[in-house]
Design a protein. Structure first.
Length: 88
C-alpha cells in the first residue's frame, strides 16, 4: 500500500508542476483534483507510522532527483515545503 501512496503523492506533485487542468487530471485519475487530494490523504493517514516515514523519505529522494533532472530552481534547503506538503 505504501508504494501506491508514494505514486499518488508523486502524481500530485507532477500535476502541480505541469499545471495540469481539471480535464487532464480527470482523464488521468478519474476524479477531480480536490477529490484526488482527499483520497491520497486518506490512504496516507491509514498507513502505519513506519510506512508514513518510508513514504516521506522516498518522496523526498524522488523530488530531489526530479528537481535535479528537470530543473525548476528548487534548492531543497528548507525545513518544509508548503507547496508540495513535503517535510524534509
Amino acid at each position: 500500500m505504501r508504494e501506491e501512496v508514494l505514486e499518488m503523492k508523486q502524481r500530485l506533485i507532477l500535476f502541480d508542476e505541469m499545471q495540469a487542468t481539471e480535464e487532464e487530471i480527470l482523464s488521468e485519475v478519474g476524479m477531480t483534483l480536490d477529490n484526488y487530494e482527499e483520497t491520497v490523504e486518506k490512504h496516507y493517514e491509514a498507513l502505519s507510522d513506519e510506512d508514513k516515514e518510508w513514504v516521506d523519505r522516498q518522496l523526498i529522494e524522488w523530488f530531489k532527483n526530479y528537481k535535479q533532472f528537470f530543473g525548476g530552481g528548487c534548492s531543497l534547503n528548507c525545513s518544509s515545503c508548503e507547496k508540495h506538503n513535503v517535510e524534509f
